[in-house]
Design a protein around this ligand. Structure first.
Ligand code: UDP
Length: 161
């Protein structure tokens, strides 16, 4: 795909970002969305829901043998989550940087976890960790019809590259 206006390759990379139940409880949804908009990424999917055990056990299938697995599922079902799909250049890797290290002690100030979290079991946000992982997670959480492929008609930080 190439952009009709610039002739440059269209950026189709997408990632799944979720505000976890503690982020919703703490009214951090707006601040988290703002960071991704401000960076220039494009929101193509958004919904709030109470996550099911089925979806979560698929989402965290790689962690089934971990000692924290059961408490992780309890945490993730303790209240609603806000799940989003963001699109843009290198969005998977850049989002991981914006979200910060899994261990809040190592999460840099300026990252979501570095600014809002002090414990690994209440770390506010999820971000896909690879392009393939993102594709799987997007399919798991969203139906294709609920993702919006919209054209941007204003100048953004990405419209010149
Ligand atoms: N987690 C936890 N205790 C741990 C490690 C992870 O409760 O010791 C939870 C935490 O919510 C984390 C999630 O499990 O975000 C998934 O872990 P992963 O290692 O995939 O980290 P992430 O990709 O979320 O940074």
């Amino acid at each position: 795909h190439r952009s009709k206006s610039t002739g440059l390759p269209d950026v189709r990379e997408r990632t799944l970002i979720a505000v976890k139940p503690d982020g919703v409880q703490r009214r951090l949804v707006g601040q988290i969305i703002q960071r991704f908009e401000q960076r220039g990424f494009k929101l193509v999917g958004l919904k709030m829901l109470q996550a099911s055990q089925d979806v979560l056990s698929e989402h965290y299938c790689g962690l089934r043998t971990k000692p924290f697995y059961n408490s992780l599922l309890r945490y993730m079902t303790s209240g609603p989550v806000v799940v989003m799909v963001w699109e843009g250049h290198n969005v998977v890797q850049t989002s991981r940087t914006m979200v910060g290290h899994t261990n809040p002690a190592e999460a840099m100030a300026g990252t979501v976890r570095g600014d809002f979290s002090m414990h690994v079991s209440r770390n506010v946000v999820h971000a896909s960790d690879s392009v393939e992982g993102a594709q799987k997670e997007i399919q798991l959480w969203f139906q294709a019809k609920d993702l919006v492929d919209w054209d941007c008609w204003v100048q953004t930080s990405t419209s010149e590259v």
